[in-house]
Write a protein that binds this ligand. Structure first.
Ligand SMILES: [Fe+2]
Length: 230
């Protein structure tokens, strides 16, 4: 997977484990150990890819307490950002959760919100999460897929409004969902220019991996006109 990512143009990657009830062994110690082992193997194979320990945390009733207690791995373990996802097939109102995490000093990054019609179809809901301090990460394959025209139109409108801050490869294996974001980078550039594509696929990601602050503007207002033109 790392070789594929490297060949695709990726130079730094969040080595992301799921942290949710299905993966009880994915403890912070285990994730750090596995990341060190991965770095060793990359060195042995001559792949100079930078990898950072990270987890994709499924939001649940104990997430905030788990975060305070150090049972969750934040992005690069820097304590500045945490990658979160909603439970599969379930929509939760994240407004208070986002505010509580931001107050704690940890900024949430919401993975693949495009899977949830409640977020994709209601611009005011996703906008409010962003205004409260949440970052939005869309999966590369959602950008590059060409079968769902409504999804494409909605994501294009999101990108043009400044709703999308990061791209995730959602890489799961070398063959099934392999990593690779270059095609998404090209499509983003086609939609909104190279500057936007660079920011979403590179600059913002490196800031997050390094635990640097990000100044995210409010999303532009949605309008039927911009949606239809997109
Ligand atoms: Fe996920």
């Amino acid at each position: 997977m790392c070789q594929k990512a490297w060949d695709d143009g990726t130079r730094a990657i969040a080595a992301t484990s799921h942290q949710n009830p299905s993966w009880p062994d994915a403890t912070p110690n285990a994730i750090h150990h596995a990341t060190r082992e991965l770095r060793r193997r990359l060195h042995d194979h001559g792949i100079p890819l930078a990898v950072y320990p990270t987890a994709e945390v499924m939001v649940g009733p104990d997430t905030e307490a788990d975060l305070r207690a150090g049972r969750l791995v934040t992005v690069s373990d820097q304590g500045c950002y945490v990658l979160i996802e909603l439970p599969t097939g379930l929509y939760l109102d994240l407004r208070d959760f986002v505010t509580n995490l931001v107050t704690l000093g940890v900024r949430p990054i919401l993975a693949h919100p495009e899977r949830h019609p409640e977020l994709l179809r209601s611009h005011s809901t996703i906008d409010e999460l962003i205004i409260r301090g949440c970052l939005v990460q869309v999966s590369a394959r959602s950008i590059t897929q060409r079968r769902d025209l409504l999804l494409t139109a909605a994501l294009k409108a999101w990108v043009k409004r400044g709703v999308v801050h990061l791209i995730g490869s959602d890489g799961h294996s070398p063959t099934n969902r392999p990593p690779g974001i270059f095609s998404a980078y090209q499509r983003l550039a086609h939609w909104s220019g190279w500057g936007v594509a660079d920011r979403i696929c590179s600059t913002n990601g490196m800031a997050v991996l390094e635990g640097l602050p990000l100044d995210i503007p409010r999303p532009l207002p949605a309008s039927w006109g911009s949606f239809l033109r997109s």
